[in-house]
Write a protein that binds this ligand. Sequence first.
Ligand code: MN
Ligand code: MN
Length: 460
Amino acid sequence: MERPNAWKNYKKTELKKVEALAEAYKDFLNNGKTERECVAYTVEKLEKAGYISLDKAVAEGKKLKAGDKVYLNQMNKAVLAFHLGKKPLEDGMNIVGAHIDSPRIDLKQNPFYEDTDYALADTHYYGGIKKYQWVARPLSLHGVVVRKDGSIVNICIGEKESDPVVGISDLLIHLSQEQSAKKLSEAITGENLDIMLAGKPLAGEEKEPVKAMLLKILKDEYQIEEEDMLSAEIEAVPAEKARDFGLDRSMIMGYGHDDRSCAFAELDALLKIGSVPEYTCCGMLVDKEEIGSVGATGMQANYLENAVAEILNLMGRYSGLALRRVLKNSRMLSCDVSAGFDPLYASAFEKKNAAFLGRGVCYNKFTGRGGKSGSNDANAEFIGKIRKIMDDNKVCWQTAELGRVDLGGGGTIAYICALYGMEVIDSGVAVLNMHAPMEIISKADLYEAAKAYNAFMLNA
Ligand code: MN
Ligand code: MN
């Protein structure tokens, strides 16, 4: 039952493909450090590949048919892409869905203050983080500031070599006796994650001169006022670039493998589909998974359903029943990363059912907590079908479970899509250091995931 290591079977030509995909992926990671940046990157690729905006198609009343490609941009934070197939849409779609939000540190709406000659920003972290990992490291600032007149300023500071970086300070070891005696989860509090932004007073300014310096920079360089932060979304993320990890360069260390490794594999798989697939293929890159898939850009919002309704309408076959049939008859891979086995923390795993870096794309029958609580728990019949598709297409794959039974757990978007009555299983890339600022994956697993997702879309 032990699954083979993917690297063992690669010949020269395939090794080249593994490397090429890894290079393209690093570019995706470096240009997509936020959900908004991932959407911009994805939309550009989709349009280059002939996808047209669904909103535009609707506005123009454009008729859609097999072979057509449309995408929905949901508030610049999520994208759905549809490549219409030969079979009636009511026969269901082959859906591959991943999320593009990652754990990070968000600025609060009233962020700036001055304390003892520093200007700082209050923050509120996003997603599950081990707070101690986010201090004393270079962070970059990404996001948008929306002025009252509706104009938008895009912010990206700390990515260019010549840019400054920002960050969160930590107490020196020499004075850390009290801090070090605390529980790991309590040594650094949420309120302690404030980001240091400036340290020089503005000449001639009496009251809060360092904060005044910060505001002057924002005014001079970005034409924004302090009040504009009320309608801003600024995310602090690791400033480092993704790079090869290990002396053999077999892995990649970077920010946001969860879940951009799956999102990238999905996009690659989608763009490699030929002219007209049998069944309609749908790729979903969604937001807010890390905080429960809530909000208008999370999977719990109805934009998949709404987009399919619009597509059915433009195909001249909309009815409430047809819409239900499309969704109920669909098949889906909920693509999200798996916990890679770590020999330094072996006791957190049950080795026979753990995911291993390098052993290919993972399939998780269930996720959840305790007694599988909150899990999707895929049907055996569907898993049988997946096994055949993977083996027929020579995909290296493994099954996985998220750690030891009674230890923690997690969820994905699988259970939400399953509400339509479609077949769904979790699938993804194994990750080390999950949710740390810099996570690690194997290049082989990324390659096998892209292969798997393409095979699924063409054969499920
Ligand atoms: Mn995830
Ligand atoms: Mn996650």
